[in-house]
Design a protein around this ligand. Sequence first.
Ligand code: ADE
Length: 224
Amino acid sequence: MAKIPVKLVSWEEVVEWTRLLAKKIKESGYKPDIVIAVARGGYVPARLLCDFLGVDNLVSIQSQHWTEAAKMAEKAIIKFQYKIDLTGYKAVLVDDIVDTGESVRLAKEFIEKEWHPTELRTAAMQWISSVAKIKPDYYAIEVKEWIWFQYPWTRLEDITQFIRRIIKEELTGKTNKITIQELTQKFKEWYGIEPPPKYYEEALQNLQQENLIQIQDNTIIIKT
Ligand code: ADE
């Protein structure tokens, strides 16, 4: 069993899930005039929803709760608190996933208070029902057991963070050397997936830049 279960999401799945989300919104009879993306995760699903729903208006709000892959920040915050007037607009607020629900809850509260849309509903591709404090009005997939969805728009960021975490939590102070093959094996044990080759290499380069490791041929030297 993986320590942190990860599902590697493809672009095709994103299109499929967003299409399903659009279908559910249409079938409910709700006709939004504007889509609001929760930055950053909601950007791609929001743009696709605009296409599938035939909506021209797209804005965003940055509500942040998760600072690193699979690591939650203490508190969600709204960054860049600009004000716009959405009086007369029916809006749909879109994020990639509702996990704890804190980012969407906070964004919704801010928008209702400061932007005054006529109506505001929430949508996400995934809803982790076992942990979320809120249920989005629309979701494509209900997830019962917590898992990290590795979406295509955070591939490099996540893979880098996944390796950083193995190094910091398992290797630092215990060993000063590991081969790339051994690290690949650890990656599989931790996350239950093969590291995607192109991203793996670039992630290792990033960590070398950070001075966390040094790569010599096939060996990774862990810096102390
Ligand atoms: N952001 C917050 N929770 C997440 C999860 N479980 N998977 C991917 N991205 C997330």
